[in-house]
Design a protein around this ligand. Structure first.
Ligand code: HEM
Length: 415
């Protein structure tokens, strides 16, 4: 087997590619940069240590293998007290589902349950109602000129869906959404000190909110998931405080996981639609293509462009030597355009065979994928039925992130 050493020039050129990725231009179109990154190899050294993976098949293999772990509490502590991994927000995240490894993960994931068919039908009705209301306000605004689709629709629908599901008071939702935007920084690829400070403050406020919520639901149980999680954890965990902590962590992470990601999917989908009128006409004529359009959006520009893992042992990945506890960043946004996996990968084509890692893979496969798909499909159906066509009035801008995509605005007008 050929094992590659890492020439310093490779690290230097990857550094320059990442600097470009973090500019406004790089964010609006990171894909040419990903092509350059891929041309350097399927697995290449990350400028800050560890490796970057751009091959679809290798990303898929890592996600499904037991030899790759989440950066858990033990690993974060090892990185040292003054690193980003030990900021208060990161320590809090280290107890949530996507930072647990088996056997802790197995138990927590089972306790979280899944979206059953009856729950999906109920949520479907509430998402449908919310979508009608949001499109009515979009329509009203469009009658007076242009409207920002992000502010009016894609930021609103996910918080309404998850808020209804968790039975959170409507008045609390705008604040929860703001806190989520700040909290996400701790999950970014390379957060700055000030971003981490914002994330720490948001995490503290979210802890206070959700621990109160759990206390309240324990005293007045209802038909909602938080009340059900309390029952489930009481049957597993004899210590009440520990059971409440587990429910708090689940409720917190579900909110964090559900908001920005789904908003990003809805915004990107709308952008793809309004950029090319023939796509709008295609979906209006062929509503049976709605699910495929959503899946192709998830492939073409997924909400999460990077997923990270730690090696459980010394190994060789894609010809590159990796030591135990070293981190690999799976560049999912790049892997989705890997020509070895998809023919003509840059082309948006809802008729292609769907294959993407937008919801991860293996044991951490996204718990909320059915809900995210439901929201996107309902919105797409209703959007093309309600409006003859919308057009873009100016190029949108993206938040300066690398891992979590966020469209800041999507200004549209009636065509
Ligand atoms: C388009 C929208 C969404 C995307 C792209 C997305 C993406 C992801 C990804 C990539 C992971 C795995 C991270 C890893 O492997 O380390 C994940 C996990 C998770 N997601 Fe989502 N997500 C979305 C929506 C949602 C929603 C709506 C919910 C809640 C209802 C949710 C709940 C979760 C949970 C609880 C996990 C942790 C699963 C585990 O570690 O076992 N997600 N999601």
């Amino acid at each position: 087997m050929v094992v590659a050493a890492t020439p310093p020039s490779d690290r230097r050129s990857a550094t320059s590619l990442f600097s470009r990725l973090r500019t406004a231009k790089g964010q609006s179109d990171p894909f040419p940069i990903y092509t350059e990154l891929r041309s350097k190899g399927a697995v290449i050294p990350a400028p800050w240590g560890g490796s970057l993976v751009t091959s679809f098949d290798i990303c898929d293999q890592v996600l499904r293998s037991r030899d790759w772990l989440e950066p858990d509490k033990r690993w974060r502590e090892q990185q040292g007290p003054r690193t980003r991994w030990n900021a208060p927000s990161s320590r809090e995240m280290s107890s949530t589902l996507p930072a647990l490894n088996p056997p802790d993960h197995t138990q927590a994931r089972r306790a979280a349950g899944t979206f059953g068919r009856a729950a999906m039908r109920r949520i479907g009705r509430s998402v449908s109602r919310a979508t009608d209301q949001l499109l009515a306000s979009l329509s009203e605004q469009l009658d007076t000129g242009e409207a920002d689709f992000v502010a009016l629709v894609s930021e609103e629908l996910p918080v309404s869906a998850i808020g209804d599901w968790l039975a959170l008071p409507t008045a609390d939702r705008p604040r929860l959404r703001e806190l989520t935007h700040d909290q996400v920084f701790t999950q970014e690829l390379l957060p700055s000190a000030s971003q981490l400070a914002r994330s720490d403050a948001a995490t503290a406020e979210l802890r206070a909110y959700f621990t109160d919520l759990v206390r309240y639901r324990r005293s007045r149980p209802g038909e909602d998931p938080v009340s059900r999680w309390i029952q489930t954890w009481d049957a597993i965990e004899p210590d009440r405080d520990k059971a409440d902590e587990a429910v708090y962590l689940l409720a917190l992470f579900v909110l964090l996981a559900a908001l920005e990601t789904t908003s990003s999917l809805l915004s990107t989908m709308a952008l793809l639609l309004v950029e090319h009128p023939e796509r709008w006409d295609l979906i209006a004529d062929r509503p049976d293509l709605v699910p495929a359009f959503v899946e192709e959006t998830l492939r073409h520009d997924p909400p999460t462009h990077v997923i990270s893992r730690i090696s459980a042992k010394d190994c060789v990945l894609g010809g590159v030597e990796i030591r135990r506890d070293e981190m690999v960043h799976l560049m999912v946004g790049a892997a989705h355009r890997d020509p070895a996996r998809h023919t003509d990968p840059e082309r948006f084509d809802p008729r292609r065979e769907p294959a993407h890692l937008a919801f991860s893979g293996g044991i951490h496969y996204c718990l909320g994928a059915p809900l995210a798909r439901l929201e996107a499909q309902i919105l797409l159906h209703k959007l093309v039925r309600r409006f003859p066509r919308l057009t873009l009035t100016r190029r949108p801008s993206w938040a300066p992130r690398v891992a979590f995509r966020r469209l800041m605005n999507l200004d549209v007008a009636l065509a």
